[in-house]
Design a protein around this ligand. Structure first.
Ligand code: NAI
Ligand code: 13P
Length: 333
């Protein structure tokens, strides 16, 4: 059955998902704060700020009026970066009218409590009557390839596997394959921290560290992510799957990843401070690096990669220190 879907955010990923859901016959309304993007979607059927010369499904509509956007919503997709989630939730609570299936797509953690963003979202909606169930979408899915309708495998995760199964069907089609899963902690920590590993992989690439080194770095990253995620009750199986291994491989090896490209830029521009000043796009791995570092300190977890990358990003340590030190004294599972 066709659903009324509202997407919060007219960014790259929100637009890509709008296209998938519109292809699947659902009624898609995007809410954006950038008037030019809203107009581009409605008038030209493009979101050219993110995707040059690419037409999106002409049935997709956009608005900058949040109350109107939430009028008949059955499925609500949070398509904004992690830093914007708390603010967006307050707005949704103000204007929301119906009980909605929440689908989070932000790949980040909660910087205030050093915990899961899903816990923040669930807590904010508790008692409002606005949340039918909480779900989140994770997996290797760079927006440009989704817009190009290239095959993509993902996981829709929820505490309730039946809710995950039911809502996975809304997204699934012949190029977008969504598998239901029930390990929110594993998926969320995997998705947030793979971005930081991708920055490290970009630094390795910038220094031409070699293919052996890249493969070892990705393996170390997966180990360290799992060691952290285990503390939150994550399942090991999540890390063998699209949300864990899949998204890590993609982001830590593709120049289509903004996190990977930041790592390369850090080497090209000499240090993280300069590269960050020149970065204008969303790079979730920077905030995740600080959160991972603090979680490791708090939980007394020894983490070679996350400690070194934190020092590079936040104390402007020399990027070469990653290559020189990351494989010394590692903690492997
Ligand atoms: N781009 C990608 O390939 C993928 C991105 N993601 C995740 O999706 C999340 C969003 O990423 P992108 O779409 O790539 O970011 P983006 O930078 O392309 O777009 C972010 C959008 O959020 C909007 N926004 C910011 N604050 C807002 C607010 N308060 N109210 C309404 N809109 C607001 C901006 O106007 C912008 O349109 C991130 O957590 C990212 O990690 C997940 C999978 C793939
Ligand atoms: O999460 C992503 C693909 O799954 C997108 O990665 P970037 O944010 O590094 O571009």
């Amino acid at each position: 059955m066709n659903k009324n879907v509202t997407i919060i955010g007219t960014g790259a990923y929100g637009t890509a998902l709008a296209n998938v859901l519109s292809d699947n016959g659902h009624n898609v309304l995007m809410y954006g704060i950038e008037e030019t993007q809203v107009n581009d979607i409605n008038i030209n059927h493009e979101n050219s700020f993110f995707f040059k010369n690419i037409k999106i499904n002409s049935k997709i509509k956009a608005t900058s009026d949040l109350a109107a956007a939430l009028e008949n919503t059955e499925i609500l997709i949070l398509g904004v970066p992690s830093f914007a989630i708390r603010g967006v939730l307050q707005d949704i609570k103000k204007y929301g009218k119906n009980e909605m299936v929440i689908v989070n797509t932000a790949k980040g953690l909660d910087d205030k409590e050093l915990g899961l963003l899903s816990d923040v979202i669930k807590k904010e909606f508790a008692g409002t009557g606005l949340m039918k169930c909480y779900t989140a979408l994770y997996g290797p899915s760079v927006a440009i390839e989704v817009i190009e309708r290239k095959p993509t495998g993902l996981m829709l995760v929820s505490d309730d596997i039946n809710a995950a199964s039911e809502n996975a069907k809304i997204f699934t089609n012949e190029y977008f394959f969504v598998y239901p899963w029930d390990d929110i902690a594993g998926c969320e920590i995997g998705a947030a921290l793979k971005n930081t590993v991708a920055i490290a992989a970009g630094i390795f690439s910038g220094f031409k560290a070699g293919d052996n080194a890249q493969a070892s770095l990705i393996t170390l990253g997966l180990n360290e992510i799992y060691i952290i995620a285990k503390e939150f009750g994550a399942k090991v199986e999540t890390f063998l799957n699209y949300a864990g291994l899949g998204d890590l491989i993609l982001t830590a090896s593709s120049v289509k990843s903004r996190n990977f490209r930041l790592g390369v830029a850090i080497v090209e521009q000499g240090d993280a401070k300069t590269a960050l000043l020149n970065t204008q796009y969303t790079v979730e791995g920077v905030a995740s690096a600080e959160i991972a570092y603090k979680i490791c300190k708090k939980m007394k977890i020894s983490s070679s990669l996350f400690e070194i990358i934190y020092e590079i990003l936040y104390n402007n340590n020399r990027p070469i220190s990653l290559i020189n030190n990351v494989f010394k004294n590692v903690n492997l599972v």
